[in-house]
Design a binder for this molecule. Sequence first.
Ligand code: FAD
Length: 468
Amino acid sequence: MLSYAGIGYVAGDATSTARSPVGIAHQPTFLTRESRDYNSARWLFNSRLDFHPALIATCRKENEIAAAVAHAGRNKLQVTVKSGGHSFEGFCSNNGGLMVNLSGMNQLSYDSRSHVLTAQPGCRLAQVSALLFSKGRLLPSGSCAGVGLAGLTLGGGYGLFARKFGLTCDHLIGLRMVDGRGIVHDSDDEPQRGAALLHACRGGGNGNFGIITEMRFNTVPAPKMFRSQRIKFRKLSPEKVGEIAKLWFAATAALPDDGFSAFVLNGTYLTLLVTFFEPGSRRAIEKAFKPLCEIAWKAEAIQVGPTENAVMRYYGRPGPLPFKNASAGYYRSYQDIGRAIPAIARQVAKVPGTVWQINTLGGQIGRADYAKQSVYPHRDYPWLGEIQAYWEKPARADACVENVAAIQTLLAASGVTAHYRNYPDVALKNWGTAYYGDAGLASIRAMKQRYDPGDIIRHPQSVKAHPG
Ligand SMILES: Cc1cc2nc3c(=O)[nH]c(=O)nc-3n(C[C@H](O)[C@H](O)[C@H](O)COP(=O)(O)OP(=O)(O)OC[C@H]3O[C@@H](n4cnc5c(N)ncnc54)[C@H](O)[C@@H]3O)c2cc1C
């Protein structure tokens, strides 16, 4: 482990009410390739990726982050920021630049009077759930245990509870940030600028214009009991997949807001997951999914259990593992992709390990106040697709990655253009409008010009201060 010499602070912006770091400079621990902890610090959930930053700043305090950014500025190093390390494309890392590693900044606190959760960026979803369930509360977020709360929130954040309560970013009510000049901001201290900053961070904050060092969230009462059902099909022809998809789109269009469903096509096997948590929704769900249960290979009975235990079923595999996952686009209706489904199903079946999953959005995600307060632009799409490809033997990697690209081509040809920022694909053209829409892109660019005009904080799909 090497402590890097020569760290100092940049001067504060005299016109800003933002706080510059005060007091004695706290230096982060800087790791180089020779350092003992370098490899564990550059860990990514996706082991397909292999980045080697010149320096990794492992930070425990906000002013260490500010010092690391200032050091990068003086030395013209690109800065990327890692919280949970789950970016599909490793946008938290880089080759030859500085990675600010926040995984050790993982303190959580909950105020039982205001029900506000305060989280440092290195917190993982399972840690958040454990604390909040013990208080009878919930922050709607994603399902997998190890995903970082920061990356998830700053790009949107959806899961089993989003249709009822909104996205994770819709519950973000305050934050602290170190900008690209090493200056610290708190959204509460700067009424107008703080509101604009929060607006941009609700869906457009990951790795674009600053390093979020603290997030404050509203929470909601946790539902006590949770209900789920799996409906399975096997050995499906591509045409049959199309027929079932049509029924599934119809069934999920009728979901009550506490309902969630996933359509998971793995080779020629299809699993439909249905969940809900309000007992009164049972009849509507049974009615909506009856046509699918009647033609299924296996339709399991609806299981009921405490929410706290039930969510653990979706915690996922611990990493690292090699994969190529990407957004497969947002859909407004079955018609958006109906005609392409047999071709997509054929392509999925071609290479083992390929999965096409569609999850339900909609419900309260579409609330007008949430839309107004965030850059997240895709609120009127009730469905989101994801392509996944997994392998164990390295020799299969190329075929899997190529198959994902082939499916993307089919989706693009069928007119799919909107994509989820948290499911990035480096191969995507027009990623700015695909992730953020034109208005969102303009808001994020304004933040970039204000907070990181020198483009210090950047990754392959970060918004630039000046396009072109
Ligand atoms: C197994 C798995 C399951 C998933 N499940 C879901 C799900 O259920 N719902 C969902 O919505 N998404 C899900 N995702 C996608 C997930 O939201 C993104 O991968 C998210 O970006 C991960 O955040 P992270 O902090 O772990 O990742 P990191 O790799 O650390 O960061 C991801 C991005 O956020 C930026 N970033 C990270 N920390 C900060 C910070 N402090 N300040 C500014 N920018 C920052 C980085 O620059 C990078 O671009 C899943 C991903 C995986 C791999």
